[in-house]
Ligand binder design. Sequence first.
Ligand code: F6P
Length: 365
Amino acid sequence: MRFCFAHDQGMEARNVLCYRSGGAKRFQWCRRERGPVWRRLGFVDRMAVLTSGGDAPGMNAAIRAVVRVGTALGVEVVGVSMGYAGLLTGQMRVLDARTVGGILQHGGTILGTARSPEFESEEGRRKALENLVTRGVEGLIVIGGDGSLRGAHELHKLGFPVVGVPATIDNDIPGTQIAIGVDTALNTAIEAIDRIKDTASSHHRAFIVEVMGRHCGYLALMAGMAAGAEMVLLPEVETRVEAVVDELTRAYARGKLHFIVIAAEGSALKAHYLRDYLSELEDGAFEARLTVLGHVLRGGSPTAFDRILATRLGAAAVEELRQGNSDRLVTYGGSKSNSVDIMKALGDRCGVDMPLYRLANMLAK
Ligand code: F6P
């Protein structure tokens, strides 16, 4: 890789920043100061990887796969610290196979992660782009959720090659069947709910367990099914508080010793409101407690499924970039090629699996 100047391209030196690598199959990128135009002629020699948004268990496994597969294929991998915020401040370092040793089994992300309001502006994104280009980076892998992937798409629109890896416990990316971190979060949730059931049965109490998921009810529904909850509250399904009371009354009449409601944080009927409502009912029949699992679900050692998923997706992302593709999201299941356009993969709504929701209700009887 070497930087070249405008005269190499027959362009105005003042307004052109370009670099290229030797060899017929190499990339050659050219960018003008205004309305950048990039030209692709071959493969990448240097790529960057970052993790962004809420961390998800398995992100480290994905970073490891990117670095080790990239290195094995002769690509230098640069790690960006603290997501897009690190791109803006130029916090980058070369990662080699050894730097990613011993991280596979750890939750969180060794690169750090952040939500960067500055990157949301055009000016911020141009600054980030400049930092990538001046360091000779030819492609970027973004490991993160919905917002992070939209950010990657914006960089692509400026002409920079990007590939996304879905990682979010919310599982709110319709283009992939499952994102990195979801399986671990679910297992953490059901372990906690199992424990709560013990105490709930002993006291004959109602428990509301709130789980994360932003505007998406996936985690709540799956945790409710897997842990045998009596009810789930989802953002996608309207549930009145009176319906919960009816259900609760019938459950105790059937001889149930507890009543567990899994409430998605995004559901309209809020967990704390429900707890207060049940506790304040006039006859005082239902003693209710609330447990908010919150960030507990984001931590911990990734499950085998998440480690393998992250490894496969990380490796696939390197391959996508090497093949000269951009604006793609590597995915699990779904399309044959296992990658889709980023914006096609994202959606406004999560789309709850209604048959599964009905099944969960049936099983709760
Ligand atoms: O997107 C992941 C997530 O954990 C959501 O489930 C939750 O709503 C949000 O992030 C919490 O964000 P923060 O960690 O910034 O409070």
